[in-house]
Ligand binder design. Structure first.
Ligand code: SDX
Length: 430
């Protein structure tokens, strides 16, 4: 049994702070009374030691490489579930009955169309606009067509908004892509499942029938499952922060999409492929890029390696690497980048710099190879990540809204600027 309190000694003061126990993983010191009792705040750049909330959605153990959604190991969900079933699980807390899953699927299926007036929305962007910019803008833009459902305290409004977001993000992403390549928009089809519908909207053309390859659809569905939630990562924390101001769910999700875009976060999958392409163009010299990543004077870091939490292995990377083999075989895609990636992983895994810093391949290292083999251009990879992460964002936003302890997020700071000084008229400066 762990102690019930932690004692803080500061000067002549001694303060007993309560311990909050989790059902697994980290326990925490509750510092809610710290500033009032001591005048002190805590400082933790990047929040590596700071819990922002209690949560019952996802558990991960970075040392043991464990990831569970609502208690179910990611390996079992990857093996036996589907993305919409996982979305239902994350949002509702339990695996659905067959009837519940059928209803949920039908609900999502019948909200995949976006308002026809949004077609003009895509025309307002240059053809080479990054799809993450279009997705973030399009997501908050959806709210202008559904002003009847902004009430964040109405369960019905939150429910329909959740369905609309799950249903329409693939349509927004696919139409952003079609606009960029000058092809006609392909409308969603109600006779297709979630992943096949995204593939059809992305790759079908009016000139011929497009057949979704079942192995490809299964691989995409698997990737969406593996990206569906990841506790309090940067983009999820952003969704919670924005939601804590009582901004509506569209606005909160749009903010999460923007946070995910960063190359240190969801943008890494695109950066991995760019780096692998650079290595190929540079004669396949893997060691050169590993050494470049180790050079303290070079800002280059190896995309797809390292993680804030996983310090042994990312369980998702293992599953994706195995799936990459199957997709490459199914699509006959060239596996030159996959071969380079495997060599890069092997060199890094045996390099003292990477081993000492516990830098291993993360979810983004191999996922881009699958997206690429499926046919997605690399600037669409993070859109796929966002579509996968959406149910997790929704679940975390709802949990934040339902938590009685939730307040508007407002961290404090340690001020290190200049002390008070008087205003100087402009003619007396310089
Ligand atoms: C995701 O949080 C989540 O859960 C995120 C995510 C999710 O599902 O939501 O899992 C998705 O974002 C995965 C991560 C994708 N990002 C990348 O692959 C980008 C490359 N990785 C790095 O930028 C980095 O590893 C981070 C940002 C992911 C994590 O950084 P940390 O844990 O804060 O580590 P750090 O930046 O403090 O680095 C520690 C040391 C440093 O060297 P020293 O100063 O000790 O000499 O490791 C080095 C860093 O320079 N380092 C790397 C490196 N990552 C860290 N060196 C070379 N290549 C790298 N990739």
């Amino acid at each position: 049994m762990t102690d019930r309190t932690a004692t803080l000694r500061y000067g002549q003061r001694e303060l007993a702070l309560p311990i909050v126990n989790g059902t697994a993983g980290d326990d925490a010191i509750d510092i809610a009374s710290l500033r009032q009792e001591t005048g002190l705040i805590t400082l933790d750049a990047g929040y590596g030691n700071t819990g922002a909330c209690t949560s019952a959605i996802t558990f991960l153990d970075g040392e043991a490489g464990v990831l569970r959604y609502r208690g179910y190991p990611i390996e079992q969900l990857a093996e036996s579930s589907s993305f919409l079933e996982v979305a239902y699980l994350l949002i509702n807390g339990e695996l659905p009955t067959r009837e519940q899953l059928d209803d949920f699927t039908a609900n999502v299926t019948h909200h995949t169309l976006i308002h026809e007036e949004m077609r003009r929305f895509f025309d307002s962007f240059p053809y080479d606009a990054h799809p993450m910019a279009v997705l973030a803008a399009g997501t908050v833009g959806l709210s202008t067509f559904y002003q009847d459902s902004h009430d964040i305290f109405s369960p019905a409004a939150v429910e329909i908004t959740s369905m609309r977001l799950l249903a329409k993000l693939p349509t927004l992403a696919a139409w952003a892509y079609k606009k960029a390549i000058g092809q006609p928009y392909v409308y969603p089809r109600n006779d297709l499942g979630y992943a096949p519908n995204l593939l059809h909207m992305m790759f079908a053309v009016p000139a011929e029938e497009y057949q979704v390859h079942p192995d490809v659809a299964q691989a995409l569905d698997l990737l969406l499952i593996l990206h569906a939630d990841h506790e309090q990562n940067c983009s999820t924390s952003t969704v919670r922060m924005v939601g804590s101001s009582h901004a509506n769910l569209y606005a909160s999700i749009s903010a999460g999409i923007s946070a995910l875009w960063g190359p240190l976060h969801g943008g890494a999958n695109e950066a991995v492929i760019s780096t692998l392409e650079r290595i190929v163009a540079d004669g396949g010299n893997v060691r050169k890029y590993v050494d470049k990543a180790k050079d303290p004077n070079d800002p280059f870091r190896l995309p797809g390696f390292g993680h804030r939490v996983y310090k042994n292995f990312d369980p998702r990377a293992r599953i994706i690497k195995a799936a990459a083999d199957r997709v490459l075989a199914a699509t006959g895609a060239d596996d030159q980048l996959f071969e380079i990636a495997q060599r890069l992983e092997e060199v890094a895994a045996n390099d003292e710099y990477f081993v000492k810093r516990k830098l291993y391949a993360n979810v983004d290292f191999y996922s881009g190879l699958i997206y690429r083999a499926i046919g997605f251009p690399k600037h669409m990879f993070t859109n796929c990540f966002a579509i996968g992460r959406l149910p997790g964002w929704i679940a975390q936003w709802k949990e934040m809204m339902d938590a009685p302890e939730t307040k508007i997020g407002r961290p404090r700071q340690v001020y290190v600027g200049v002390p008070e000084r008087a205003y100087v008229p402009i003619d007396e400066r310089g």
